[in-house]
Design a protein around this ligand. Structure first.
Ligand code: FES
Length: 92
């Protein structure tokens, strides 16, 4: 089972995630305050996070993220699906 570590306000919390769920789904299942104003549809950017480790263990950037101008170490939590362990820092 993949482990996702969330960094928020300098604190870390590691949770178990299901393979192929999104970062946002893993956050919501574990009480992590990742925002999702558009309901996980890739239009609001409130779920934007920075990948600190394990970028290779997430799905590749998708068209929705590219359309929103996300790139580099940034990902949308509602679009990036989990393949293995990763560490992400919340931005909102
Ligand atoms: S929840 Fe709106 S872009 Fe991800």
């Amino acid at each position: 089972m993949p482990k996702i570590t969330f960094i928020m306000s300098g604190q870390e919390k590691t949770v178990d995630a299901k393979a192929d769920e999104t970062i946002l789904q893993a956050a919501q299942a574990n009480g992590i305050p990742m925002e999702s104003a558009c309901g996980g549809n890739g239009f609001c950017m409130t779920c934007k996070c920075k990948v600190r480790k394990g970028a290779e263990n997430l799905s590749p950037l998708n068209e929705r993220e590219e359309a929103m101008g996300v790139g580099g170490e940034e990902r949308l939590g509602c679009q990036a699906t989990i393949k293995g362990d990763a560490t992400v820092e919340l931005e909102n």
